[in-house]
Design a protein around this ligand. Structure first.
Ligand code: SAH
Length: 385
């Protein structure tokens, strides 16, 4: 096995700024909360529904287009309910426009990214739940930068609503014009920003005008394995898909690849995953980045197979995506195939994830939100390798 670097303690990066949350937005509130806000402004309660319908139902955020509102109050309502949260810095596209990454500047200067992926039958957006991440996984670009701050509920939701608008504009060639799936696989550890992420999920799944009306089972929350939060998620009345970033079947290696394993061990995190599966009836997705000579040995495939056999689980192997300064490589294809074969022989359903967005640094683990890193701009629009 290659030697691994010393793992930094899981902590907030030294450069972390003081948390500065954005102004309140209608997506922070449920419909009743919006109605209370609107009546507090001296407007009739039904205005909350009207503005919500523009935002979630029609994907319209320009007050001038809200012609069912009296001209005199449009601006004022939009100021209070729809402050701009995400300022676009840059948008990159590849795969002939089917993959699009947006870099946003938040009100305090923090940067986050979202990635839209179009397929023939569906459109998925990968959104961020935190600016940066405090989990320090050494193979992940986001993890290297440390945590800046949690995103607000509306900052999370607005990424999906914005990308739903992009999909509706028809630019995602060869895909339906409707956003259908949201994965919390962008920057950040969603379960470390628990309350806001749960509120965001509720907005995403509530029917319009309260929310975006997505199906619960089309939402995936990916976690490094914060055990108490997984149990808590299992007790919400939500049947979203849980993805667990396992990456190693043994504690020795997982302690290094996913440092939070030093707190909650493989056995404990898998127990939490099975609790989630039992209580929701949902198959858990086990994420496993294939890292050459690090976690891709046949014996680890066999051990993983024994841990997962007979469980409500599906393995998603992710070919390691390159990140700056990393000395690790993706496993060679024959090694990957052997790993898949052994898992399937153990009766474990296994697929290999595509490497969508690699050339725009938009694939798993590549989101680092560097504003001045324009090196890929000229490659946008390039066909996949
Ligand atoms: N913090 C959450 C959400 C991030 S999801 C989590 O860790 O689950 C992003 C997924 O991509 C995780 O499974 C993560 O471990 C994986 N990943 C991170 N860096 C990667 C890389 N360089 N190549 C492939 N996958 C990576």
């Amino acid at each position: 096995m290659t030697s691994l670097p010393l793992i930094p303690a899981i902590s907030v990066a030294p450069a972390a700024r003081r948390a500065s949350m954005p102004p309140q937005h209608l997506a922070d509130l449920d419909l009743a909360g919006r109605q209370a806000l609107v009546t507090g402004l001296g407007e009739p309660a039904f205005r909350a529904k009207q503005v919500s319908n523009h935002y979630f139902g029609r994907l319209v955020r320009d007050p001038q287009a809200m012609t069912d509102l009296p001209a005199a109050t449009r601006e004022r309502l939009a100021d209070q309910l729809l402050p701009t949260l995400l300022n676009p810095v840059r948008e990159l596209a590849c795969d002939d426009g089917a993959t699009r990454k947006a870099l946003w500047r938040l009100h305090d200067g923090a940067l986050v990214e979202s990635v839209l992926m179009g397929y023939p039958d569906r459109v998925t957006v990968c959104i961020s739940s935190q600016a940066g991440c405090g989990m320090a996984c050494p193979f992940c670009a986001t993890g290297q930068a440390g945590l800046t701050r949690n995103l607000s509920t509306a900052e999370i939701v607005d990424q999906a609503v914005y990308m739903a608008g992009v999909a509706a504009s028809g630019v995602v060639a060869g895909s339906p014009p409707r956003l259908s799936r949201v994965v919390f696989m962008g920057m950040g550890e969603p379960l470390a920003n628990y309350n806001r992420v749960i509120a965001a999920i509720r907005r995403l799944v509530s029917p319009a005008p309260e929310g975006l009306g997505l199906s619960q089972r089309h939402i995936t929350v990916s976690t490094v394995g914060l055990v108490p939060a997984i149990h808590r998620l299992a007790s919400e009345d939500l049947s979203v898909t849980l993805a667990l970033s396992l990456h190693a079947p043994d504690d020795d290696l997982r302690d290094e690849l996913v440092p939070v394993n030093q707190r909650w061990k493989v056995a404990e995190v898998l127990d939490a995953a099975w609790d989630y599966a039992a209580r929701t009836g949902r198959r858990v997705s086990i994420e496993y980045a294939m890292i050459k000579d690090v976690n891709d040995q046949p014996w680890r495939a066999d051990l993983l197979g024994r841990l997962l056999a007979g469980k409500l689980a599906h393995v998603n192997l992710i070919p390691l995506n390159p990140t700056p300064g990393s000395r690790w490589d993706a496993s060679p294809k024959p090694v990957e195939r052997e790993f898949v074969r052994r898992l399937r022989d153990a009766g474990v359903s296994t697929t290999v994830r595509d490497t969508r967005g690699r050339e725009i640094d938009g694939a798993c683990g590549q989101l680092a939100a560097a504003e001045d890193n324009d090196t890929n701009t000229d490659r946008a629009g390039e066909a996949p390798a």
